[in-house]
Design a protein around this ligand. Structure first.
Ligand code: SF4
Length: 487
């Protein structure tokens, strides 16, 4: 039984149009997604509509949380696709439920490249839905045709789709469902969208541009409404500590008696005052994402964080009483060598000498659409099969060396190859998704390993039809001048 505050329980009556909001992953992630919560509240605030939620760990995603109704009894299903691996679960839910209504998908995966999942949905939302007419358009639509050509919607026939977004974040979700989410039982405060940084591997700069921050008066006012309901606030943004008034905000929330949990803090923004505030707000362990061990690779990533920033953040955290730190790295970066791998171990060792409990998480890089890395071969090697062997070998070195000093988790090279295919593939990749579950072997049999290869700069890309308001020439320039490897 879910313990929730604030869900909308609407009586079903004849004539009511129903929308299923499907998060094809676990409840804990879905309930922490403020965008989904916004859509839920927005639809339920309308007299003639009811919106209920579906998660894979509640009735296997086939019946709703609120009333236990079957997905097939709903008129519209709105899927939120946050991760490429969710495609399999989404398609399985659609098949097993026998849903025949209007199928809509939204979320970052759709903003990146919806082509691999094109055949499974009638329409895709490209962008941020708030303050637009999109919810009305979807609620009024009866078929794919009704949505063709609508601003911010892709139905498969449009030659260009411009991403929609609110210019200003002068609003915030007021009525939130409080459940056991990724940040615990808390109120979500979305402090901003987009990012002022230019990390080359990251999609945020392109698909959530321009960076927008919320006024802290608005944020504090929203939090005020939850005093006495919860004792914790989660601050949400791609880079929370870049908010120009982050210290004032945390101080204000702490004064109101809230514990504060930020979704991300950049090491180079940490100073004593910020750490004092975070610790006062309940922070007990700290996360640092240097992404690469060597300065050379961090330069290619354009991460903008130096070893000194990392060590300085660790020192300050230690002084303020933090006893554990989690570090994130990637492997398979362009020009990476064994020396760069050794530098990961060295950096972890240095942090460990400051804070005794270190855990390390390592992922292979997925060269994502709309980034200056989008043309890269998976693994960074021209011969991808050889590259995958290399990455497996490097993973072993890292596991062996790091497990002596830290808790280590390293994602599988095959799994991230599959993610790259799902992320960079074209329509035909739907054949793989159709299977409901897939391995790299299946992808190979279907001839999809080609999506792991480096892509010639002049080739048209499956996601070129999405206009995120950046100039492709800029990405090409960055790729040619900074990444600088032969593909
Ligand atoms: S990795 Fe973080 S800091 Fe870098 S651009 Fe992405 S969101 Fe911003």
């Amino acid at each position: 039984m879910l313990r929730e505050e604030n869900p909308f329980i609407k009586g079903w009556r004849k004539g009511l149009k129903s929308v299923a909001l499907v998060y094809p992953n676990r409840y804990v992630g879905g309930i922490s997604n403020i965008g989904l919560q916004y859509i839920y509240a927005e639809i339920n605030s309308r007299e003639d509509f009811v919106c209920e939620r579906f998660y894979t760990d509640v009735f296997n995603g086939l019946r709703s949380v609120e009333s236990g109704r079957s997905l097939k009894d709903f008129d519209i299903a709105f899927f939120s696709l946050q991760y490429e691996e969710d495609y399999f679960r989404a398609v399985k839910i659609l098949k097993e439920s026998g849903f025949k209504g209007l199928k809509i998908a939204g979320g970052p995966c759709c903003m990146l490249n919806p082509r691999p999942i094109l055949r499974f949905f009638d329409a895709f939302v490209i962008g941020e839905i708030e303050n637009s007419k999109i919810i009305d358009n979807i609620l009024e639509a009866k078929s794919r045709e009704d949505l063709t050509g609508v601003e911010g919607i892709y139905t498969g026939v449009e030659e260009k789709v411009k991403r929609i977004k609110p210019k200003k974040l002068d609003f915030h979700l007021r009525r939130q469902i409080i459940g056991e989410g990724a940040y615990g039982r808390c109120v979500l405060l979305e402090v901003g969208r987009g990012c002022i940084r230019h990390c080359r591997f990251c999609v945020v700069r392109q698909i959530y541009s321009p960076p927008r921050w919320r006024d802290i008066r608005l944020l504090l006012e929203v939090a005020e409404g939850y005093r006495g309901v919860v004792n914790k606030v989660a601050l949400i943004a791609p880079s929370v500590s870049d908010h120009p008034k982050i210290k004032e905000l945390i101080a204000g929330l702490a004064e109101m008696g809230f514990m504060v949990s930020p979704s991300s803090i950049r090491a180079d923004t940490v100073d004593e005052e910020l750490m004092d505030l975070l610790v006062a707000g309940g922070l007990r362990s700290f996360t640092i994402a240097p992404e690469a061990g060597s300065e050379k690779l961090r330069e290619i990533l354009n991460k903008g964080i130096s070893e000194e920033d990392v060590l300085n953040a660790a020192r300050i955290a230690k002084e303020k009483g933090i006893r554990s730190v989690k570090m994130y790295f990637m492997i398979g970066l362009p020009t990476e060598t064994d020396e760069d791998i050794r530098e990961i171990v060295e950096l972890v060792r240095k942090v460990k000498s400051i804070i005794p409990k270190v855990s390390v998480s390592i992922n292979p890089l997925v060269p994502k659409p709309h980034t200056p890395f989008q043309w890269l071969p998976y693994t960074g090697f021209k011969d991808v099969k050889h590259g995958m062997n290399e990455l497996n070998r490097r993973s072993k070195i890292l596991r062996k060396e790091l497990s002596k000093i830290a808790e280590v988790s390293i994602e599988r090279v095959d799994d991230f190859a599959l993610q790259t295919i799902l992320s960079r593939g074209d329509e035909e990749v739907g054949d793989l998704i159709e299977l409901g579950r897939a391995t790299l072997k299946t992808a190979e049999k279907l001839g999809f390993l080609k999506y792991l290869d480096g892509i010639p700069i002049d080739k048209e890309l499956p996601w070129d039809f999405i206009d995120h308001s950046y100039k492709k020439e800029r990405l090409i320039k960055e790729f040619e001048n900074k990444v600088n490897i032969q593909i």
